[in-house]
Design a protein around this ligand. Structure first.
Ligand code: TNX
Length: 527
């Protein structure tokens, strides 16, 4: 297949890209076609849709356009984005037939609860889904089909064209996550919300917040107030740290929900607990509180497994967190507990699982929890660099399901190359095509497609301090992991993916996303 035409097109002026895209590809199942007689769909959407068929028409959004929406929040979200860049009034109505219609009727059953069908003709846009989450996902596709200037935070020049055709789309996996470690360095509510907006564009539907670690405890717990006020008072490098009040945390949860993203809170236990142990002497086996820690070592702390108070602590912390968490999951960490004996580890994890279940939530734990006795409902998050793990395969055989975050592909804190200033290298260097180059449904022996709930891209923040740092490590790799979670494996094609990813460059430029300009991608000139 000849990818050169698509690269040239992406290099063309942004405004003409979509109009000129007819030579690019057919859009279905990753099979590029170059048949001038058949209108083809532009290869610009990340994650790749299940299928896309062009009709040769072009829709142009005009200044008198209207939006009608069966889900008012999604209509208002779309109008909000389009008003910023077009400057058009774009009134949103509940019923009627807007120029852009968002309908909770008429979608094929095959798109399920998260998918959608998008039809673009010369005169309008009809988006249909079974649930509002599907409309939100379809809106992201629609926005990517507009010229890149649609992402501008201020009024920009049109014309606001969309290539005509039909997209039928739904996710491969139900869980597509991003993790932000707010413990090693603290990030404010506004910074987290900014990241939520960035990841929502790639159909990520879970945000896992790593809320506690050796260096900091970041969520106020009313029954153990020192956790946040003392345990949250520093971070890696000795800065001031910080924590979320329960109102702050609820604001993040609500903001995420407005982008159809569910927050997964993590309290890491029994290791990675120095901040908690420093806050309460009585949680320590020897009754002595350690000092706060601002370094980057792992594996030196452990809750005291033999102490009854430990389980009161876990119960009260999980209880308050569960009450603040509308989502189904509480993440209990469980990784790298090298200061806990194997038998203490199993005892602790088994009890912690029961506590989470008693508060009505489903456990997620790093895959280390497979060394205990995971409940069939417990979800293991795989983070290793190996492709075989006997305890995990055994747990999966008993019903445990898995979120895939192999550190050598999905860890956003790994450097891209030796030249990358931020990040670490323990799991290897991860260029964008390495992030993309694995199959989550066939990666770990004994963990097949039907046992995989989805994927997650974790961003650990030992070396990450600002939002610009977050951007640099997440983009362009986060979209690669998001595509592995959403798109059918039949679309997996590195050349086509690289071209789609290149089309995101002008959008990130306009949005001010500080992305890494990987030389593996032909970024359009000026982006
Ligand atoms: C390992 S992988 C960790 C984190 C570190 C990260 C740095 C895992 C579950 N734990 O504690 O921040 O490496 O890359």
């Amino acid at each position: 297949m000849n990818r050169i035409p698509s690269r040239r097109l992406i290099g063309a002026a942004v405004g003409t890209l979509l109009l000129a895209a007819s030579a690019v590809w057919a859009g279905t199942a990753g099979a590029p076609r170059a048949n001038a007689a058949v209108p083809t769909f532009p290869n610009v959407v990340v994650p790749a849709p299940v299928s896309a068929t062009a009709n040769g028409a072009t829709f142009t959004l005009g200044s008198t356009a209207t939006i009608s929406a069966d889900a008012a929040d999604v209509g208002n979200y779309l109008a909000g984005v389009l008003r910023r860049s077009t400057g058009y009034p774009l009134p949103v109505s509940a019923g009627g037939s807007g120029t852009i219609q968002l309908l909770l009727s008429g979608a094929p059953a095959s798109v399920g609860s998260q998918g959608y069908q998008l039809t673009v003709t010369g005169t309008g846009v009809v988006l249909q889904a079974n649930q509002a989450a599907g409309l939100f996902a379809g809106v992201q596709t629609l926005l990517q089909l507009f010229p890149a200037a649609v992402a501008s935070p201020t009024v920009a020049a049109g014309p606001w064209t969309v290539p005509g055709g039909t997209v039928l789309d739904y996710p491969r996996f139900t869980y597509r996550g991003a993790m932000l470690d707010v413990a090693r360095h603290f990030f404010t509510v506004a910074q987290v919300e900014h990241y939520i907006d960035e990841i929502a564009g790639y159909k990520v539907n879970y945000l896992h917040l790593h809320l506690s670690d050796d260096q900091g405890w970041r969520i106020a717990i009313n029954s153990w107030p020192n956790l946040a006020t003392y345990g949250g008072s520093t971070q890696v490098g000795g800065g001031p740290g910080g924590y979320y009040t329960q109102a702050d945390y609820s604001a993040i949860v609500a903001y995420a929900a407005s982008r159809y993203i569910t927050v997964v809170p993590e309290i890491d236990m029994p290791g990675h607990t120095n901040a908690a142990l420093a806050s309460y002497a009585q949680l320590n086996c020897n009754g002595v509180a350690p000092k706060l820690y601002t370094g980057t070592s792992v594996g030196f702390s452990s809750l005291c497994v033999s102490l009854n108070l430990t389980y009161t602590f876990v119960d009260q912390v999980v209880g308050e967190l569960a009450a603040l968490t509308p989502g189904p999951y509480i993440h209990i960490g469980g990784d790298e507990a090298s200061s806990t004996t194997a038998s203490d580890y199993a005892t602790f994890i088994n009890r912690a699982q029961q506590i989470v279940a008693a508060h009505g939530k489903t456990v997620i734990g790093w895959h280390d929890v497979a060394k205990a006795t995971p409940l069939p409902s417990t979800v293991a998050q795989f983070w290793d660099t190996n492709t075989s793990n006997a305890p995990l395969a055994a747990a999966v055989a008993s019903g445990t399901t898995v979120i895939m975050s192999p550190a050598n592909h999905a860890y956003l804190d790994m450097k891209y190359s030796h030249k990358t200033k931020l990040g670490q290298t323990w799991a290897g260097l991860i260029e964008v095509n390495t992030a993309y180059g694995w199959n989550p449904g066939a990666y770990v022996s004994g963990v097949g497609e039907s046992s995989v709930r989805g994927v997650e891209a974790p961003l650990w923040t030992e070396t990450i301090v600002t939002s610009a740092d977050i951007d640099y490590m997440a983009f362009p790799r986060l979209p690669a992991i998001a595509e592995l979670g959403w798109s059918p494996w039949s679309t997996h094609n590195v050349t086509a993916f690289d071209a789609r990813l290149g089309a995101q460059g002008p959008r990130w430029k306009i949005m001010g996303v500080n992305y890494y300009h990987s030389t593996q991608i032909a970024w359009p000139t000026g982006s």
